[in-house]
Design a binder for this molecule. Sequence first.
Ligand code: MG
Ligand code: ZN
Length: 344
Amino acid sequence: MKKLILFLCLFVTAVFAGESVPKNIIFFIGDGMGLPQVTAGKVAKGSLEMERCPVTGFATTWSASSLVTDSAAAATALSTGVKTGNGMLGVSPDDHPLQNVIEAAEKRGKSTGVAVVCSLTHATPAGFIVHVPSRKMDPEIAQQIAASDVDVLFGGGLDYFDLPELQKKMTVALTAEEFRSLGTPKKAAAILYPVHPPYAAERSVSLKELTQKAIEILAQDKDGFFLMVEGSQIDWAGHKNDGPNVVSEVVDFDDAVGAGLDFAEKNGKTLVIITADHETGGFALLDGSVENKAVDKTGFVHGGHTAAMAPVFAFGPGSSVFSGIHDNTDIGKTMIRFIQTSEK
Ligand code: MG
Ligand code: ZN
């Protein structure tokens, strides 16, 4: 009898493991984080939090207009499951608004948030919230973000926002001190810089802290949540062909990934996905030491993006579908499908 019960338990577990749909999704984007950037982070750190993910894969990143995507078209692909032209945010190539994963989550009664280390109006976070034909429309992008139902907005870009309007909707922190005394309001913004934050070493609040606080706030919702976290400046260091800052931004991003995985491990109903929107620089790791955790020599092909496939890491219910090679739009489509069929 005991054996029969054990068998039934294993059988039921196996069936549910095959079809499991997460209640919460934490989606990490390392902007410009190709496989060489991940490798450099591993050399510098010894082992990465990302390595806790049992599932790995790759994603092609080209856009509707170019073999080499920009961050706007890539964010749109990842958030809506549809390819658009470079520079376009949340709209099709012919400028029709596309439903994104945050809107799907809101429709399902879930809480939503973004936590980034750039202006909230920048391409990656904006691509998860707004619908505009050009990423250069910062004031319009800020208006659409402020008018959205997103519950947690952590990043920079205060110059673009109508602060009194935003304060009517949510608790707003403008300094590190205010951020640390936010508590757990249902809706919160932390807009800690006039435009963009500096590099990791100079930031008053780390991406890991932003991630932990965002999860703490969003996890209060019994219906579940969707959170997008971006390591925004791996890309910027790549554009500048600045190897040391590529490494420190990957390390900072990976620390934040650890916070997401800590929550997911305890929670059991949370899918964590980590990927990049594209590779930046044609980055190469040329010399260093594993023993000394040293990246001594790096190189770059140029100061722009490349078309290399992005690495994908996944953990938790639903993670197995991310194994193998997919297109970046498949990630967006899958997240929306999970949200629409998930437990509330
Ligand atoms: Mg970005
Ligand atoms: Zn870039």
